[in-house]
Write a protein that binds this ligand. Structure first.
Ligand SMILES: Cc1cc2nc3c(=O)[nH]c(=O)nc-3n(C[C@H](O)[C@H](O)[C@H](O)COP(=O)(O)O)c2cc1C
Length: 639
């Protein structure tokens, strides 16, 4: 076949797929009878979506109700999970949450015509109009999202397990067009360069430039890798795409394969994301069956295949070179760079590694062009990015915002700090990222430079807001423990350096801080810079931020042997302050180490047994209080 014939074939095959898919998707949006979709994703399941769905099925069956049950992905408001959507035949669609099993009768009532039965659970209108219920787009949580979502355009509005929904809503169209019109690989790469799309894994390196590196490799055996390891605590942006719109990633990787000459790709998903593994795997099979992946995509002669690799739970395998080792059946240890992956990657062959969100942006750039892409964002950073928000906030969830969005506006969208408290610290970018004090919030926006100005990093999408009741020194012990535990052990600087850092913080929170600790921590920081990989090199960042931004709190722990927030175990004790609190017996019962002694009306807590877990104050806040341990005699500095 000539290239013009293959182009016609690709165009015709895609047109046939599209026609069928559009009909299926139109029927989903205007069902013959009301449909109740339960959000099925990791966070909804953790909130009880399985039980909610079972209750809805039971109620619908018992009543022989004229409704169908379906599935979608949560819309972003994770504090309202389990979320449920009702779609009526006229196309009106309303989101409800949190929907508990006991709410199933009112949801079924609402779906089958008793308007208002579930009004108290309504969270917003997704499509059409429902008197008395505002559009979900008017919810303050989404105040900073662009008018039209990009990466999240299908989230909550399609069945993530349906290829037809993806194609019917515009998906794979640019692939069809690219193959029909014989776009050249260099044209595709140039579009990404013109858009200035940058990688979303944390380093923000230009994606098109990276694709050029691989395209220039002097061999035909090249690979594409998607980094879906997402190990940062507090980040689940990649999971949203993997579970909520897996074909978006696949489409982005098809472009990557075409543009770089790679013929096979690996999607490396962390093992802790079983639903993501299942959905991406299923989406690959669907794309293969439809001729969108395989030996001869849409009859064009272009070959590209994909497979899922399950990670094994090592944080360093998120580092691109650790990930390459892991895929190559080697121990999950990072490699020294250079050589860079474009020279020596999977099985030591030229490879391109990108994050899930980086690949997922490509279809939008190719569908709509670089100018459209750059219409959102700033001069410094173009486009949008997904963020997940968690911590001491009433509204945890995910959203897509343009680069440059002010952080104070994002905290406001999340409802501020719970209980009217102040913002103590902002943690971004995971354990290798940053810890910045609440005081700098007004100067922060979602750009690299804003964070760098304070010695921090924007990171890969996870943002944790901590109240002023959080102890930054205690948090450092958690981070030090994490980076030590996750060190691959290959270089002594990282492995032992992080052990020493953990020991110092553990001693400080235990009440044994010493004056020379700051000097020792700074020395560890300098030494760890000599580690072979970025895990080691970046592991002291949170500690460095703490010594710089939280110096008075750090000094209070070390010089004053006091924890201002009464968090640190060795500097805090628990006392029974009100023997008449009727909840005290519950507090006594809940104590896991039997630290309560005495009898009703005469309880005391034994310091040497108490592990400072705080369960008793949670149960009986009036009866039990935290207080500082009495001052100790000054310790004699060593050395
Ligand atoms: C210890 C460590 C863990 C990392 N974890 C991830 C991860 O989970 N996902 C990711 O995309 N990048 C992670 N990175 C960054 C990757 O090494 C790499 O820069 C990224 O995958 C490149 O993709 P991008 O250009 O699309 O951002 C990690 C880096 C380090 C040092």
């Amino acid at each position: 076949m000539t290239s013009s014939t293959t182009g016609v074939v690709a165009g015709e095959r895609f047109a046939a797929l599209r026609e069928h898919a559009e009909a299926v998707y139109a029927a989903w949006r205007h069902p013959e009878r009301p449909r109740i979709d339960v959000a099925i994703d990791t966070s909804s399941l953790a909130s009880g979506a399985g039980a909610t769905r079972a209750a809805l099925e039971r109620v619908a069956a018992d009543r022989n109700a004229a409704v169908d049950l379906g599935r979608n992905h949560g819309y972003g408001m994770q504090w309202l999970q389990p979320l449920v959507t009702i779609t009526w035949p006229d196309g009106t669609s309303v989101l409800y949450g949190p929907v508990r099993p006991e709410d199933a009768p009112s949801i079924v009532d609402e779906a089958t015509g008793r308007v208002g039965a579930a009004a108290a659970l309504a969270s917003g209108v997704l499509a059409g109009d429902r008197p008395g219920i505002p559009s979900v787009r008017e919810h303050p949580f989404f105040a900073n999202e662009p008018r039209e979502r990009r990466l999240l355009r299908n989230i909550g509005l399609t069945d993530p397990e349906s290829l037809e929904h993806y194609i019917g809503s515009g998906g794979y169209r640019a692939v069809g067009r690219m193959l029909e019109r014989h776009q050249q690989p260099e044209q595709v790469r140039q579009l990404l360069i013109d858009a200035a799309l940058t990688g979303r894994g944390g380093a923000y390196f230009p994606t098109g430039v990276k694709w050029n590196f691989l395209a220039g490799a002097p061999t035909d055996e090249r690979y594409l890798v998607c980094n879906a390891d997402e190990g940062d605590p507090g980040a689940w942006v990649n999971r949203v795409i993997l579970e909520g719109d897996p074909h978006l990633l696949i489409e982005g990787m098809v472009f990557g394969g075409f543009a770089t000459g790679a013929r096979h790709g690996f999607i490396y998903i962390r093992d802790e994301y079983p639903l993501a593994v299942e959905r991406v795997d299923q989406a690959i099979r669907q794309a293969e069956a439809a001729g969108l992946l395989g030996e001869d995509i849409l009859g064009s002669g272009f070959r590209f295949t994909l497979e899922v690799i399950r990670g094994a739970g090592a944080y360093v395998c998120g580092d691109e070179t650790g990930l390459l080792s892991s895929i190559s059946d080697m121990r999950g240890q990072p490699r020294i760079k250079p050589p860079f992956p474009a020279v020596s990657g999977v099985f030591f062959k030229p490879t391109n590694v990108n994050n899930v969100e980086s690949y997922s942006n490509a279809p939008f750039v190719l569908r709509n062009g670089p100018e459209w892409y750059q219409a959102e964002g700033t001069e410094e950073m173009h486009g949008t990015r997904l963020f997940t928000f968690s911590g001491d906030i009433p509204r945890a969830g995910f959203m897509e915002v343009p680069f440059g969005t002010p952080l104070p506006a994002l905290l406001e969208a999340c409802g501020g700090i719970s209980g009217g408290r102040g913002l103590g610290a902002l943690q971004s970018g995971g354990p290798l990222g940053s810890l910045l004090p609440g005081a700098v919030l007004p100067t922060l926006d979602t750009t690299l430079n804003a964070f760098r100005a304070h010695g921090g990093s924007l990171g890969s999408g996870g943002m944790i807001f901590m109240s002023d009741e959080t102890c930054p020194v205690h948090f450092n012990e958690f981070i030090a423990d994490f980076v030590e535990e996750e060190s691959c052990g290959r270089c002594t600087t990282c492995h032992h350096g992080n052990q020493r850092m953990t020991e110092v913080f553990r001693r400080i929170i235990d009440g044994g801080g010493r004056r020379e600790d700051r000097h020792n921590l700074e020395m560890i920081d300098t030494t760890i810079q000599n580690s072979n990989c970025q895990h080691g090199q970046l592991s002291p960042t949170v500690m460095r931020n703490t010594l710089r931004h939280f110096a008075p709190t750090y000094d209070a722990h070390v010089a004053g042997h006091a924890c201002p927030t009464l968090t640190c175990e060795g500097l805090t004790r628990f006392r029974v302050v009100d023997q008449s609190d009727p909840r005290l017996p519950e507090a006594v019962d809940i104590c896991p180490v039997d630290a309560f002694r005495g009898a009703e009306g005469d309880w005391e807590i034994l310091d040497d047994r108490c592990i400072r877990c705080g369960a008793c104050t949670d149960v009986a806040p009036r009866g039990v209080a935290r207080e500082p341990v009495p001052a100790r005699p000054a310790l004699v500095p060593v050395g």
